[in-house]
Design a protein around this ligand. Structure first.
Ligand code: UT7
Length: 409
């Protein structure tokens, strides 16, 4: 009697959406004491996108999702589970995944949000893989979507220059064909809990005029400590995933890392002893879009012809928590399937239902309002990013990682 081959999770669809408004480093120079040279040399970022007043995390996620579903060649109602990774949900409740479910026209799926900060898409991807290989779901939609510009303090130059808005999505589908998602590595180091955090708004510190006066509704970050964690962890997390797949780094044709900082990505390449051309980067154009960064990068890598059928790729991320995660994938979908998604699915045709009898305040941060009001986006030419001198922590295997120093309270 022949054995039934195991069910595998294959990426069958991918898509991304970024808002049209571009915020350049030169724009930021008008708001805080910074300059293009500092931002480019320390981060590799040249510009980022800012969502318009009528856009939300759910609306961006819905556009990226419909593009991914189109590439997968299925109907939205064939999705069994929707996992939406975000740290900037539209509301505390309902989940943003529930809003997306309705907006894409799905009537059947279970829908929930994933809270693992910048690692959220990879955590969601690994969860989708488990649902599919266990037989619980046939098609899972995994989304990373963020509207970070509404949670930034535009007087804090150490954070406001880093982040941007956008969404990316992938469809994972069950198949007994060889290939698809392989080794998963997920870690969480709670010593880093207060290195990147948003102090107020939750049960520990509910929103009040006092928390707002203290600016506790904005993202805070210990940049150096986060940098050290990232450079120590990203390469070792990626390596664990690659080895769990029975492979070595040199077998991976493209790593798709979280786009936080070009120096961090450079450190990953060095940690894995690989050239930079094995790392996909678009941090220069979008900055750090947290949970959206890996799926945006994956969609662009495939659409730009950097991923071919049979290639092995590794997605890897780190973020607040501190979390990190990686999954290695043997690519099986025809990359051409994503080619026309941006023109076929237009943002203006996708709608998230609004609440009845309730008016939101103007969501655009005051510091951005003037820049957002001017006609047309500034699109400077993109030169190659010249990274600053990286100062990564030495690469260490997972078992040898030192404990983190918690931030002073
Ligand atoms: O998804 C995870 C999210 N977080 C991250 O990935 C962040 C990880 N950390 C980093 O990427 C880096 O730590 C930063 C890019 C945030 C900062 O780079 P750095 O090389 O660690 O700079 P620093 O914080 O040591 O600051 C160096 C100097 C300081 O001035 P002094 O004290 O030497 O006079 C800062 O005040 O640069 C100053 N500085 C700036 N100058 C111009 C800090 N921010 C800015 C700025 N423009 N925007």
């Amino acid at each position: 009697m022949s054995e039934t081959p195991p069910i595998r999770a294959h990426v069958t669809g991918w898509g991304r959406y970024v808002p049209s408004h571009v915020l350049t480093n030169t724009d930021l120079e008008k708001m805080v004491d910074t300059n293009d040279e500092w931002i480019v040399s320390r981060t590799g970022i040249r510009e980022r996108r800012v969502a318009a007043a009528n856009e939300t995390t759910a609306s961006m996620a819905a556009v990226a999702s419909l593009r991914a579903i189109r590439a997968a060649g299925i109907s939205p109602d064939e999705i069994d589970l929707i996992l939406l990774a975000t740290l900037t949900p539209d509301y505390w409740m309902p989940s943003t995944a529930a809003l997306v479910k309705e907006a894409i026209g799905n009537t059947r799926a279970a829908a929930m949000d994933v809270a693992a900060a910048c690692s959220g898409f990879v955590y969601g991807f690994a969860t989708a893989q488990a649902w599919i290989t266990s037989g619980l779901a046939k098609h899972v939609l995994v989304i990373g979507a963020e509207l970070l510009t509404r949670f930034l303090d535009y007087t804090d130059r150490s954070t406001c220059i880093l982040f941007g808005d956008g969404a990316g999505a992938a469809v994972l589908s069950a198949s007994t064909e060889p290939g698809g998602a392989m080794g998963i590595e997920l870690t969480t180091e709670p010593q880093g809990a207060y290195m990147i955090w948003l102090p107020a708004g939750g049960a520990k510190s509910p929103p009040s005029s006092e928390t707002i006066a203290r600016g506790e509704h904005y993202i805070r970050m210990e940049g150096k400590e986060t940098y050290r964690f990232a450079t120590r962890t990203l390469a070792s997390t990626a390596l664990e995933s690659v080895r769990k797949s029975g492979l070595e780094p040199d077998d991976i044709s493209l790593f798709i890392p979280h786009q936080a900082n070009i120096r961090i990505i450079d450190a990953v390449a060095k940690g894995l002893n690989l050239p930079m051309d094995r790392m996909f980067t678009n941090v220069d154009r979008y900055g750090n879009t947290s949970a959206a960064s890996v799926p945006i990068a994956m969609a662009e890598a495939v659409n730009e012809g950097r991923v071919k059928v049979g290639d092995r790729i590794t997605i890897v991320a780190f973020g607040a928590g501190f979390t990190s995660g990686a999954v290695t994938i043997q690519w099986t979908a025809d990359p051409a399937r994503g080619a026309d998604a941006d023109t076929a699915i237009r943002a203006e045709d996708v709608h998230v239902r609004l609440p009845v009898d309730w008016d939101s305040v103007d969501p655009i941060p005051q510091a951005l309002a003037e820049l957002m009001a001017r006609p047309g986006a500034v699109n400077p030419p993109l030169d190659d990013v010249v990274p600053g001198e990286p100062e990564p922590a030495p690469f260490l295997p997972a078992a040898d990682r030192p404990a983190l120093t918690p931030a002073a309270s």
